[in-house]
Ligand binder design. Structure first.
Ligand code: HAM
Length: 424
């Protein structure tokens, strides 16, 4: 029988790796709370139509990356490839956008059938925020500032760089699309297969091609910034004013067009040179038309998604060692059935009285020597020992594991008070 393995591009996150994930997730939670964002949890599966109508029928995601299937009723469903569409669907469905603004965030698995490599997975984790009801650009600056705050707290601010661009209004973008189409159409014979297809379906995406053979052509392409109309330029300048005031450094990348169709005006990406080809750790922008497009009333919106896998990869790449998950305070060992039962009772009472206490109870019968080794390996500060003698005297032996202090005995009655001191 063949061995069962995880699906290619879908990773197990093992116990030794989780402290780093928890560290990133804790910083995310603290930061969004500080800025007043509220969590929304949407289903992992949505109707296929939702993504076709929002992300765009001619995008890479919809054309070739979605995990799409029919369920037993014959309904067309898709594992979410991103979080914005579901968030907008839920906000409309539950009336969250009716005469009110919303600051929302989410975290969870997304699925794209891309070619797996470091930093690019078929199941990956995104943290995202979406702000509804503000025309900006102050809120645009706020979400960028929020992301910058997270980099600082993670200690990676110097390893990421902010790129921004403006796609202008939808009219500007449509006009620019024609300009880009006309430009690349002159060089149709020089385009690769992907770009030839894009020329017909989504010419702006050619600007995003990584093919070295096309870079000269792309560099010479008409710039989006030159195609902006006056209101779009004013908007972009106002956003830059906020970023300058907040001392957030950025570069303008006129080739930044993003791979999803719903954007207008400001788009941005935080990129790093530490992760090879998968350089984008966080990407987002404004999508003022999407709520209406999905059946809601016209609502301005802006947001971003960041790849938690990539941020964890980046922390590993720079060998950051944030405070790891804290080790247990005590490891409780017991010899003999009666002592073990009593130890379980003491442990349970101590946990109930002291919620901050991290106590590991030895389970399964094994020798004193083996238990001692396990206590040491757990990283605990103290071993609590309950043998037959201790049981008879109703005391516990306390052995410091990290310092050279002598061991002592503590009566059952005094144990909680002693452990309370340990936690301090
Ligand atoms: P996106 O650029 O497709 O945008 O993805 C956002 C981030 O998710 C990327 O910058 C990257 O860090 C991470 N990511 C994407 N694909 C993968 C993958 N295959 N493996 C690992 N990480 C990946 C969106 O998804 C938009 N919904 C963002 C947004 C929210 N715009 C407005 N609101």
């Amino acid at each position: 029988m063949s061995t069962l393995q995880a699906i290619r591009g879908m990773n197990d996150i093992l116990p030794q790796d989780n402290p780093l994930w928890h560290h990133v997730e804790a910083i995310i939670r603290d930061t969004v709370t500080q800025y007043g964002y509220a969590e929304i949890r949407c289903p992992i599966v949505e109707s296929t139509d939702l993504f076709v109508r929002s992300v765009g029928a001619s995008t890479d995601i919809v054309e070739k990356e979605m995990y799409t299937f029919q369920d037993r009723n014959g309904d067309g469903l898709t594992l979410r490839p991103e979080g914005t569409a579901g968030c907008v669907r839920a906000a409309i469905e539950h009336g969250l956008l009716y005469n009110q603004t919303q600051r929302l965030w989410y975290m969870g698995q997304m699925f794209r059938h891309e070619r797996p490599q470091r930093g690019r997975y078929r199941q990956f984790y995104q943290f995202g925020i979406e702000a509804f009801g503000w025309e900006g650009p102050d809120i645009d600056a706020e979400i960028i500032a929020l992301s910058a705050q997270i980099w600082r707290r993670l200690g990676i601010a110097e390893h990421v760089k902010l790129e921004i661009n403006s796609l202008g209004s939808f009219e500007v973008r449509a006009r620019y699309r024609d300009i880009v189409h006309a430009y690349f159409a002159q060089y149709e014979n020089d385009l690769d297969e992907d770009s030839t297809r894009r020329l017909k379906t989504n010419p702006l995406r050619i600007l995003d091609s990584k093919n070295p053979a096309l870079q000269n052509l792309i560099q010479e392409a008409p710039s989006l910034l030159d195609a902006l109309d006056v209101p779009s330029k004013k908007y972009f300048d106002a956003l830059r004013g906020y970023l300058d005031a907040l001392s957030i450094t950025y570069v303008i990348n006129p080739r930044l067009v993003r791979g999803l169709d719903y954007y207008c005006h400001m788009v941005f990406e935080w990129v790093t040179d530490k992760l090879g080809a998968q350089s984008a750790v966080c990407s987002g922008g404004r999508y003022d038309g999407l709520v209406e497009q999905l059946g809601g009333s016209s609502t301005p919106a802006v947001g971003f998604g960041f790849g938690i896998d990539r941020v964890v990869n980046l922390l590993e790449a720079i060998e950051a060692h944030p405070e790891q998950e804290r080790v247990p305070h005590v490891y409780f060992m017991a010899m003999g059935e009666a002592a073990h039962k009593q130890a379980m009772v003491l442990a349970e009472n101590a946990r109930a009285s002291l919620p901050g206490l991290r106590l590991i109870m030895q389970c399964g019968e094994t020798s004193f020597k083996t238990q001692m080794k396990k206590a040491d390996k757990s990283g605990a500060y103290y071993a609590l020992i309950l043998g037959e003698d201790e049981l008879a005297e109703r005391v516990v032996t306390v052995k410091p594991l990290r310092e050279n202090n002598p061991q002592q005995t503590i009566s059952f009655d005094q144990l909680i008070a002693f452990l309370q001191e340990c936690i301090k």
